[in-house]
Design a binder for this molecule. Structure first.
Ligand SMILES: [Zn+2]
Length: 376
């Protein structure tokens, strides 16, 4: 292909510059070993041809929990190694999309491969101003312009792309310098409330964690699938909302396992975090819940007051960076409160995050059988 390209360029007598380079191993978002040609055509436009097919889109982390950070739960192995496959998937999508695109406004910025964790985020690559910037021949080779004249890139090319280091599955790109709060919702799923929570979260770029009762999940499969599809965290609140301190070891394990199995069967994602019903615990519970146990440090008592303003008052002016807020997915008053809290907290500069995102950005490994009330 090199020979063919050069021949064409010289025959036309239009060559202004020709540059080939090898990217350093693993140091560039471009696939290892990728070769890129940059040339200026008769219209003065820079043409970049990435000669490496970066397609590596195989492998969804089907069993990947939403951001397993410990990797100690063997059932969440796919999540722990999900960095690799997820990275390959995202990077592959970006690179291959670039290779096949023909539109004038689709120049892909390959640096996006390292940061585009949230599928709801607008793709900067589609911004025509980005494409315009890349017409500068002195610009760093971080992208390619649409092809259309040589047609050479339609040839199948070897798959040698390496996965780009990326955020773990379920973790968005967030600003670690800004305060974060994890709003959490127990006892669902319950679509009439859960969908309202997700709607307002999405509107303000927030996410949250749902600790769900396994036996309720089959009644709300669409809602629970929506959670996963839109980047919310699905987590374990036992199969039957049993107070685990009243059970023996085998029953404790069965309650936890059945809930994980149920959620995984519906969503393809196995929870990596659990919350004890009532927060009730003893040494048997801690020894047999083989997952990090997420409790809370801000209790809205929404189940008791059933009043939106009371819930709002329990949060506004009281929460701080790293707090975990307890609410319940069952009450209309809670949905009303969340619809007020999300814009208000966002306006105060808080990032509304899942528990796994909070732990990730605070650098705290979450260990099985250990209790976390907040993650400052
Ligand atoms: Zn509960």
């Amino acid at each position: 292909m090199m020979r063919k390209t050069c021949k064409a360029i010289f025959a036309a007598g239009l060559l202004a510059s020709l540059l080939t380079f090898q990217t350093a191993y693993g140091a560039s978002p471009i696939a290892n070993g990728a070769t890129m040609i940059i040339r200026v055509d008769e219209n003065g436009q820079t043409q970049r041809e990435n000669l490496e097919n970066g397609t590596s889109g195989e492998g969804q982390a089907a069993n990947g929990g939403a951001g397993s950070l410990t990797g100690t739960d063997t059932s969440a192995g796919a999540a722990a190694s999900g960095d690799q496959t997820a990275a390959g998937t995202d990077a592959g999508a970006v690179v291959s999309g670039d290779q096949t695109s023909t539109g004038a406004d689709t120049a892909a910025d390959l640096t996006q491969a390292g940061t585009a964790a949230d599928p709801t985020q607008p793709n900067v690559a589609a911004d025509p101003t980005q494409a315009g910037a890349m017409t500068d021949p002195n610009a760093s080779p971080d992208g390619t312009l649409p092809e259309g004249q040589t047609g050479e890139l339609t040839e199948p090319l070897p798959e040698t792309a390496q996965p780009v280091p990326q955020l773990p599955a379920g973790i968005r790109a967030l600003d670690p310098t800004k305060p974060m709060i994890a709003l959490t919702f127990d006892d669902g799923p319950y679509a009439p409330v859960g969908n309202r929570i997700m709607d307002v979260m999405n509107q303000y770029g927030g996410k949250c964690t749902f600790f769900m009762v396994g036996n309720r999940v089959p009644s709300y499969t669409a809602e629970v699938q929506r959670m996963v599809n839109e980047g919310f965290e699905v987590a374990n609140h036992t199969q039957d909302h049993k107070y685990l301190n009243q059970l023996g070891a085998d029953s404790i394990r069965a309650q936890v396992e059945a809930c994980n199995n149920t959620i995984q069967a519906v969503t393809g994602v196995r929870p990596t975090l659990m919350r004890l019903p009532g927060g009730n615990k003893n040494s048997t519970v801690l020894a047999n819940v083989n997952m990090p146990i997420i409790l809370w440090n801000v209790d809205t008592k929404d189940w008791k007051n059933r009043n939106a303003q009371s819930v709002i008052n329990a949060v506004m002016g009281k929460v701080k960076d790293g707090d975990i807020v307890l609410m319940h997915e069952l009450y209309t008053s809670t949905a009303e409160a969340v619809e007020a809290l999300v814009p208000a907290l966002t306006a105060q500069g808080f990032q509304l995050v899942t528990v796994s995102e909070l732990a990730y950005y605070k650098g705290l490994p979450l260990n099985p059988g250990q209790i976390y009330n907040s993650i400052p």
